[in-house]
Design a protein around this ligand. Sequence first.
Ligand code: UT7
Length: 370
Amino acid sequence: MTWAAITGWGACMPPAVLTNADLSTILDTSDEWITTRTGMKERRVSHVSAMQLSTVATRRALACAGLDAGDVEMIIYGSCSYEEQVPNAASGVQAAIGANRAAAMDLNTACTSFLYGLSTATAMIRTGVIKNAVVIGVELISRYMDWSNRNVAVLFGDGAAAVVLQASDTESGVIGSVLGCDAEAREVLRVRGIGCGYAGRGIMLGDTAWDFDGPAIFKRAVKAMSEASGRVLEGAGKTGADVDLVVPHQANLRIIEGVAKYAGIPMEKVMLTVERYGNMSAATVPVALVEALEAGRVKPGSLLLMPGFGGGLTWASLLVKWGERVTPTGVSDVALPAPTKTALEMVHEIRASQDPHGRSAAALATPFVA
Ligand code: UT7
């Protein structure tokens, strides 16, 4: 039987930090509110494109795996922040790293894009379509955030990470996937203003209005992630007690606590990044995975549970059995250029170029209806 081992991993976090105190200078909010309601203290704002973040993360993951870019067979770019619709973003990473033999696919299920991508790539390797793949989770939400809306602006951050999967005869990698979508609730999380359904309305580029029913998303997220985790564990003949580490989507500390409690897993066995990075959508799980490996929290043979949810409302829970190697084969010296502005300065610039409640207000007032 063929498995799809995770043999490489690499993150690329933009260095500019936006603190709760920074946010309280531009919004009617406070460190106390954000910390108690979400567990977040800081998030990152990128000074480079999502494709650049992805390229650095991918180079690091390939060096970690010891795989040449020229041997990569598939690149899956999981994201909902696309700089362009055509050509796709995966092809941009392919060109940047010189992966001349690769197929290249973008995959958007919002915050679960990495988990859906990991499941897809695993299936393709296990069925012999490809022998290896790079799966990226990346997000650059700062560019289309409605920075005047405190309900959403405090929650999200930018970041990227990638993993390399390679065919293996030994049982490892994703050993169980449960995927689904609570489409009945697709209206509770919508970003109005991006996508061709909004073309011709006179919306200024980057102006968005967010439909975001936090409490509704919260309840459905806990339920979906908990049930999916229960099902994926049951399918593999495991229980919460068998899990060595939970690497969850990080939208809210209270959501993570609810899911861990349902699965009967103590919080000491949960990898948390939400305090430092906020919700990076598709990038949260892979960044947390990379940091768990770097912190020595993944051991040879560890059983990892990866639950997530996002716009759609898509949800997923993956069970991963780690292989023998928990240290990189090699290290890439590739790095981002240093930012010349602080995170708050970048946010001020983005805000100055946006005016969703002015110029674009009427055009954003109604959502796209198919
Ligand atoms: O990855 C998928 C993305 N989505 C999510 O993960 C969202 C899941 N939901 C959540 O995490 C939580 O629902 C939130 C953190 C978004 C909100 O927490 P909550 O405890 O559900 O608060 P709430 O929405 O019920 O709002 C409570 C109050 C409201 O004021 P009133 O109506 O009680 O006077 C809000 O206007 O808090 C107010 N509020 C804020 N106050 C200060 C909302 N945002 C802020 C803010 N600062 N940033």
